[in-house]
Design a binder for this molecule. Structure first.
Ligand SMILES: Cc1cc2nc3c(=O)[nH]c(=O)nc-3n(C[C@H](O)[C@H](O)[C@H](O)COP(=O)(O)O)c2cc1C
Ligand SMILES: [Mn+2]
Length: 487
């Protein structure tokens, strides 16, 4: 169920005709973005791309660049070695049913214990492929030799876009892996864009309070399950390595860094080791972001590189963000699908949930429910606004369970038809995504919930709710053959 290397994943994509290889030189400055964006905007997410001769300031790089490797339903499923992400969601639901948890904390504990079920606890190893080449800071090798993309014309520099950033809670030793972009300042330093609500930012704050430098290791490549796990919205304290082990059903070999005692996946393509120093900040950005707009310059911590180790034949994995749809839509959709059974543990009335591409993750959430009592749609909105990164949801639209939330036009039809805007909306104050430029102040804003369900007694509507226009099933069955023939 696992890939021994990122290259093995690329081989699988190639065999499935999901990978296009570009052997002519292409510039890491803007050109790779332009080509990748065209794939990401084509129906279903286009193909993954492997650039074998990316150029850095005109010089061909030693390392190829792979991009859009998860950017379709099929490739996202392939990255986790399943035919469809639904299979993993079913395993998750099975875990939840095997020993139904009483609350959300217990639900996450079950996922943690599920790791034991599949014998996927990480293993410590003494060395591994990521140590095939070892460069210590000062030996002449640096980030300037890795084909990091300059993504968009007005970006403040080159950005590492698919980094798995490993940090530790200095108090408990708990590991966290998050995906936080890194602006390359020079060969041996970058920005570290962990936003204020993210786990590594909390770890950093504790190091600063203790006045200690914070060891950080950034891994690139390896089994794509690791990259997916770094983006997954796990609660603080739940180890992404355990999630990745659960997903790939195989222990992950972990090896110690050269310059600190952080443990990293031995099969990574690159490991960039270093530290963040208390209180040290630097201007980061602008960056053409998920929102489709440039996020403005803001101060973020600086990451000082102490060593870079890599595989022989390492491939540099990248993505781009920008106007939707982009590759990350498929990653986000997989997350929602996989964690839906956990949402349903807390809210059994939830049937399905979708974060449409236009909403770029949190801006727009569609949720369908089996409604039984008045104001239940509001309970769901408030519940979601209180759950992890769902706190950022700017608009939540709740529909009945007979509406397909993955069909945006169906949801808009319900929303327009079923609401009296004033009666059926709720506004709340909540934390907002750090990237949201629409709010008047950073990190906070108003959020709107729309109840597009049919109204029940007690919801201020007594005109008698009309029936939806649908054909009688027996008639549909009678003419089904003819309908198919006419298609
Ligand atoms: C391609 C991509 C880029 C991302 N860039 C950032 C970023 O720069 N900063 C950030 O805080 N979150 C970023 N995220 C979102 C986080 O990875 C995500 O919220 C993750 O769950 C955070 O993990 P944590 O809860 O362990 O902090 C990005 C996600 C993706 C898919
Ligand atoms: Mn986390």
């Amino acid at each position: 169920m696992s890939y021994p290397s990122f290259n093995a994943f690329l081989d699988a994509l190639r065999a499935a005709d999901e990978l296009l290889t570009i052997d002519s030189p292409v510039a890491t400055e803007l050109e790779i973005t332009a080509i990748a964006d065209a794939q990401m905007k084509s129906p279903g997410g286009g193909k993954a791309l492997l650039f074998t001769k990316p150029t850095i300031d005109g010089k061909v790089s030693e390392f190829p660049v792979a991009i859009n490797t998860m950017g379709s339903r099929k490739r996202m499923a392939m990255s986790l070695k399943v035919d469809a992400i639904d299979e993993i969601a079913e395993q998750m639901a099975f875990l939840m049913k095997a020993k139904p948890p009483g609350n959300l904390r217990e639900a996450w504990d079950l996922v943690r214990n599920g790791i034991d079920v599949v014998h996927a606890r990480p293993r410590t190893v003494r060395s591994g492929p990521c140590k095939e080449v070892i460069h210590l800071a000062g030996d002449g090798f640096g980030l300037d030799q890795i084909p990091v993309l300059l993504c968009w014309p007005k970006d403040g520099g080159r950005f590492v876009t698919l980094p798995n950033v490993h940090t530790r809670d200095p108090d408990t030793g708990a590991r966290n892996i998050g995906m936080y972009r890194m602006q390359v300042y020079d060969a041996l330093s970058t920005g570290m864009h962990w936003q204020v609500h993210k786990v590594a930012a909390r770890h950093g704050k504790r190091y600063y309070e203790r006045g200690e430098p914070m060891p950080v290791a950034v891994c690139l490549g390896g089994d794509p399950a690791l990259t997916f796990a770094a983006t997954a919205p796990l609660p603080d304290g739940l180890d992404e390595i355990l999630l990745a082990g659960f997903l790939r059903k195989k222990s992950i070999d972990m090896v110690k860094c050269e310059t600190c005692d952080i443990m990293v996946p031995a099969e990574s393509d690159f490991v960039i080791e270093g530290e963040v120093r208390p209180g040290e900040m630097r201007a980061e950005g602008p960056f053409g972001d998920h929102t489709g707009f440039y996020t403005p310059v803001d101060d973020y911590p600086i990451f000082h590189v102490k060593a870079i180790t890599h595989r022989k034949g390492a491939v540099y994995p990248a993505t781009i963000v920008g106007q939707p749809p982009m590759e990350d839509f498929y990653m986000g959709t997989a997350s929602v699908r996989i964690f839906l059974p956990i949402f349903q543990m807390n809210f059994p009335e939830i049937k399905d949930m979708a974060l449409p591409a236009e909403g770029v993750f949190h801006n727009l959430v569609f949720v369908s429910i089996k409604k039984q009592y008045a104001y239940q749609a509001y309970k769901i909105m408030h519940g979601l606004w209180g759950m992890g990164q769902m706190m950022f949801a700017k608009y939540i639209v709740v529909v009945d369970d007979d509406c397909d939330v993955h069909n945006t036009s169906e949801v808009l039809f319900r929303m327009c038809a079923n609401t009296d805007p004033k009666r059926d909306s709720a506004f709340v104050q909540n934390p907002s995504d750090a990237l949201d430029h629409g709010t008047s102040a950073p990190n906070v804003g108003s959020h709107m919930g729309i109840d597009a369900t049919r109204k029940l007694v007690g919801e201020g509507y007594d005109r008698g709710w009309p029936d939806l226009v649908v054909m009688a099933p027996e008639v549909e069955a009678r003419v089904a053959d003819l309908i198919a023939k006419l298609r």
